[in-house]
Design a protein. Structure first.
Length: 231
């Protein structure tokens, strides 16, 4: 059965690849997205090691229910991958308040809700790993992406501090800051960037590995850096 993973946004893109990498490494995955059907379509059915559940991360009650069901089914959650997220781009003035809040609801509050549901269990066992999929936009902000960046800066600010609270409890944290990956993100407009592909990220996450892409001479925090760091 390996370790038990809980992945949000597992139906496509990076979440799907991370789920795949974990399954390939012999782990068990509770794979979630708003559309459970889309998650089911993405993987070969394996009731022993793959459990698919619908989860909209903006629904804190649903997050608690998913965690409870995962624990009932597999007895543990060793790794949480807070991956679900999206970017709406555009000149700030064109955003309604509701559109700004929506991005925070998913990218920040959603991640918080799932973590809040999982952490008591990890604290109780004094072990666990929380992987947070942020973005290079959580390090550097650019025109046209200010709202997305604000949500990811907030995500990183929260997670960097929360990680310090978690470490003494035996819970580790990995913050992943991808550049542009070829996924359906931004309505499919995100292109491949640099030398690191989505599968490399998935592998790094599966191995809980921190890395920085040095191919571009990049350093952590550089907009060109494709990075995952332990916080
Ligand atoms: O995005 P995409 P990526 N509750 O659109 C799900 C970050 N990132 O894999 O719910 C729960 O292919 C959705 O499924 P569904 C990015 O910010 C990416 O590229 O059924 N799930 C799907 O499975 C994000 O944090 C790039 O619609 C929700 C998945 O999330 C992460 O990488 C660059 C949901 C999204 O798949 C994954 O993005 C970067 C909700 N409310 C950071 N809303 C990049 N691709 O270039 C959506 O810097 N989902």
């Amino acid at each position: 059965m390996g370790k038990v993973w809980l992945v949000t946004g597992a139906s496509r893109g990076l979440g799907r690849e991370i789920t795949r990498a974990a399954l390939d490494a012999g782990q068990t995955v509770v794979a979630t997205a708003r559309s459970a059907e889309a998650v089911r379509d993405a993987f070969v059915d394996d009731p022993d090691r793959l459990h698919v559940l619908a989860l909209d991360v903006t629904d804190a009650e649903a997050a608690r229910a998913v965690v409870a069901e995962a624990l009932e089914r597999f007895g543990a959650i060793d790794v949480l991958v807070n991956n679900a997220g999206y970017a709406e781009l555009g000149f700030f003035e064109t955003f309604t308040d509701a559109a700004v809040r929506r991005q925070f609801e998913v990218n920040l509050f959603g991640a918080m809700s799932v973590a809040r549901a999982v952490v008591p269990h990890m604290r109780g066992r004094r072990s666990g790993l929380i992987v947070t999929i942020s973005s290079v936009s959580g390090v550097v902000s650019n025109g046209g992406g200010s709202v997305y960046s604000a949500s990811k800066f907030a995500l990183e600010g929260w997670m960097e501090g929360f990680a310090q609270e978690l470490a003494p409890l035996g819970v580790r944290s990995l913050l992943v800051e991808p550049g542009m990956l070829r996924t359906e993100f931004m309505d499919g407009k995100s292109a491949s960037f640099g030398g690191i592909q989505i599968s490399d990220y998935a592998e790094a996450v599966a191995q809980h590995r921190a890395f920085v892409d040095q191919a571009n001479g990049a350093q952590p925090g550089d907009p060109k850096a494709l990075a995952a760091r332990i916080v």
